[in-house]
Ligand binder design. Sequence first.
Ligand SMILES: C[S@@+](CC[C@H](N)C(=O)[O-])C[C@H]1O[C@@H](n2cnc3c(N)ncnc32)[C@H](O)[C@@H]1O
Length: 300
Amino acid sequence: MREPGRGFGVFHEPVLLKEVLDLLAPRPGKVIVDATVGTGGHAEALLSLGATVVGIDQDPESLGVAAERLRDFGERFRPVRANFRRLREVLNELGLEKVDGILFDLGLSSWHLAHPERGFSFQEEGPLDMRMDPENPVTAADLVNSLPEREIAHILREYGEERYAARIAWEIVRNRPIRTTKELASLVARCYPPGRHRIHPATRTFQALRIAVNDELSALREALPQAVEALRPGGVLCVIAFHSLEDRIVKRFLREGARSGRLRLLTKKPVRPKAEEVARNPRARSARLRAAQVPQLPSP
Ligand SMILES: C[S@@+](CC[C@H](N)C(=O)[O-])C[C@H]1O[C@@H](n2cnc3c(N)ncnc32)[C@H](O)[C@@H]1O
């Protein structure tokens, strides 16, 4: 663990904060689960408005920063180190049967990108790690250095929607072992046709490997039904996704919930950040927020 306090300058700026607060309507007496608390940006705002917040994160470093930052809220902030795929178990351990709101703000935080030793950033030199939970036994280096070429291509295609997946996998296998982020980033760049690209050529490869290492899509699929189950009538689920694979899972899940009458959609279309927010925080650019409510019980 690094010393407490380090990294306070790189707090992740919470995305779509006003929109999330309008939907979750925090106030004293409400219990809200922030299932991806990170360094605590959304949580701080929820707590400041009086709610009690259960803050879950699988990354102990981020969680440690959040706990330190939110210490003044005392017992109202309850940090829990866990994967959100264990949401029901976490709530049982805290003796909470139902809660008033649940937020998922998926993916990486700026904290991860600002710490090159975690291996998430292709802009900085670091080990090819990419684990959000350091106890996860598999790193990105393990995947690129041991999987067969066709499986690497599959990961890049499925989780990165990478059109040059086959070419990149071919290069990877012929240049193994690959140990660092920059080694991989420059190998990927060589697989792209020369010229200017809208995003860095390594963006999709890094996204794909990170999703595979952290098993992100399965965790989301497992957590969403548990979240709906944990909401009391009138409770609200908010999910912020950053790429189309996540957003598709959320969209289908919420639509199905609405069709079966278990949910009422609060966002017909995904809410996107306004231009001012994107100008201030470019990471918000691809954010899409969807929300739904468990219907209120009819009055007797
Ligand atoms: C986008 S950041 C959250 C930022 C936070 N909302 C804020 O305002 O500071 C996402 C966080 O979710 C965590 N995370 C991602 N997948 C997770 C999972 N399956 N279980 C628990 N935490 C997860 C990551 O470690 C990261 O800290």
